[in-house]
Design a protein around this ligand. Sequence first.
Ligand SMILES: C[S@@+](CC[C@H](N)C(=O)[O-])C[C@H]1O[C@@H](n2cnc3c(N)ncnc32)[C@H](O)[C@@H]1O
Length: 272
Amino acid sequence: MRDTRPTSEFHAPNISVDSTARLVGALDAQDVNNGVHRLRSWAHSALTVRPGERALDIGAGTGSQTRNLAAAVGPQGRVLGLEPNPGLRAVAEQRAAEAGSSARFADGDALSLPLPDSTVDVVWCERVLQHLAEPEKAVVEIARVLRPGGRVALLDTDWATTILHPGDPETVAALTSGALSAAADPYSGRKLVGRLTAAGLVIDDRGSQALLQDHTSVAWPLIRMMAESAIRRGLLGEAQRDGLYEELAEAARKGGLHMSVTMFGAVAHRPA
Ligand SMILES: C[S@@+](CC[C@H](N)C(=O)[O-])C[C@H]1O[C@@H](n2cnc3c(N)ncnc32)[C@H](O)[C@@H]1O
């Protein structure tokens, strides 16, 4: 029988102390991706965080956006980053201290936010819903803690938008299906607006960016993660995988590789 549990190490039940360095490496690589940078810039300007506000970053990771929020609220404001992975939380705390940031971090679960009702001005939640067993419950929690008029930015990947070229389309489809099975909700990106609306929030703006990988080098950690997941589920054979790896490496050598996945964002507010 096939194992259909999410394999991503960002999925809270899969947290392991051994994975911290790998996860930090993955998040740092995404931090410098142009598409991530552009989508974050759009979301921060749509949120218009003001000095003195109280902000919450759910699933803060290494805290890069928690620090951005802390800079925006200034010394009169307060920012909390919730991060259930102790290894990532320690890195976020260390980086905030080194940067002289007022961002604070705590353990916490998106499905049961450790905050009273109507106490938060701004919520940031990036690439977290895809890792949750009950993402819609997390959005209801966000609506609960926001004060009337409070704003939220939800950003997430939609793994069904993964494009990989070159390669036989069937082999590529089998490999990219590995990305679908890694996340708890791989289609999270397309569901953001519906989830916010269902929780009673009002949509203010929407955005998207294709995250393009370098066309001259294969993103091997990501490709291997997808291939291993697809092989484990019996969707891809080892010979197929090896043939595709050769094609991708050759394309990268010639500067003709295409690899991308699309991230979506929605900014909404709680009606007064
Ligand atoms: C892909 S990372 C994104 C980190 C950060 N938001 C960013 O965009 O750089 C997903 C994050 O969600 C966190 N996470 C997983 N399950 C969670 C849960 N139930 N509640 C809160 N955070 C969770 C992970 O520990 C990880 O830091």
